[in-house]
Design a protein around this ligand. Structure first.
Ligand code: HPA
Ligand code: ZN
Length: 319
């Protein structure tokens, strides 16, 4: 589906395709515990979010140099552009790299080499969102924000990802306050596996402008009414929800009901190398499995620009 769209929920580390993983492994002398790309692809069967995260963190071992991060981002941007993405707000997980001895500067500068040229090379404008790992400590998040200070001209905002249940948003109150004071935009994953209360907390305690996933808001009519009233965007990822078993099959996905309820929904790819498709593939999937027609797809594409961090005039140009 090549409808012009913005991608607002995309983990750059989740765009690492098996072929590139092996190429980088060879380049960096890293041994992967898989015989070849077929064997690796066979490991892409997940029970839940944690079983995916285990592989996601394991494969990051191949990302070591600025050039690796540049190649990763360029590969994503080329694929995204081919599927109609005109603007991408890209998550990255610095703690997962710093813990392996790869510095913040290597990650940001490497990604930036690709992002700085993306409009010219791929026709895709970009922004970077730095995520904190919620299963790490609040102190570690504060240290990560500190480490990012030399690079804040390249980072538009902060997010919160990784294992959700047992790690409520309130744990990160202090680092979100510090991020806000630095002028950073705020988003957070909430209501993917965690309860609707985490969505409320992300809004009330962290002051987020968008909710990543947010699927479980549908369990609380009161929360749905609030999200509709306040026009809070939700960055849904339908293929991710199926692969991580948040929904049993795509035909059961609540997206049509969410749109009918008046929620500001967007469709995104999350970790496309792992979940079977990029942004356009997710649009195609909701078209064929959920019967969403042309009108609804156009609404989703329009929502993606409205929910982006682009200024209004930039947004109109990107569409
Ligand atoms: N949820 C939480 N953390 C993540 C995800 C996700 O879908 N992808 C990468 N990190
Ligand atoms: Zn995500």
């Amino acid at each position: 589906m090549s409808l012009p769209k913005a991608e607002l929920h995309l983990h750059i580390e989740g765009t690492l395709e098996p072929e590139l993983a092996f190429e980088l492994a060879a380049r960096n002398g890293v041994e992967l515990p898989y015989a070849d790309t077929d064997a690796l692809r066979k490991a892409y069967r997940f029970e839940d979010l944690q079983s995916f995260l285990n592989l996601y963190y394991e494969l990051m071992a191949v990302l070591r140099t600025e050039r690796d991060f540049e190649d990763l981002a360029n590969a994503y941007l080329a694929r995204a552009a081919a599927q109609g993405v005109r603007h991408a707000e890209i998550f990255f997980d610095p703690q997962a790299h710093i813990a392996r001895g790869v510095e913040m500067g290597t990650v940001v500068e490497g990604l930036w080499r690709a992002l700085a040229r993306s409009e010219d090379v791929h026709g895709v404008s970009t922004q970077l969102i730095m995520c904190f790992l919620r299963d790490e400590s609040a102190q570690s998040a504060l240290e990560t924000l500190e480490a990012a200070k030399p690079y804040l001209d390249r980072i538009v905002g902060v997010g919160l990802d990784s294992a959700e249940v047992g790690h409520p948003p309130v744990k990160f109150r202090e680092v979100y306050e510090a991020a806000a004071a630095l002028g950073l935009r705020r988003v957070a994953h909430a209501g993917e596996e965690g309860p609707p209360e985490y969505i409320v907390e992300a809004l009330d305690v962290l002051g987020v402008e968008r909710i990543d996933h947010g699927l479980r808001c549908m369990e609380s009519p009161e929360l749905v009414a609030r999200l509709v009233r306040d026009r809070v965007p939700l960055t849904l990822c339908p293929l991710s929800n199926v692969r991580l078993r948040t929904v049993d099959v795509l035909a059961d996905h609540p997206l049509p009901a969410m749109l009918d309820a008046g929620l500001l929904c967007t469709v995104n790819s999350d970790d496309p190398a792992y979940f079977g498709g990029y942004a356009g593939d997710n649009f195609d999937a909701v078209h064929s499995a959920l019967g969403l027609g042309e009108e609804r797809l156009r609404e989703l594409a329009r929502n993606s620009f409205l929910a982006s961090f682009l200024e209004h005039d930039e947004e109109l140009r990107a569409r």
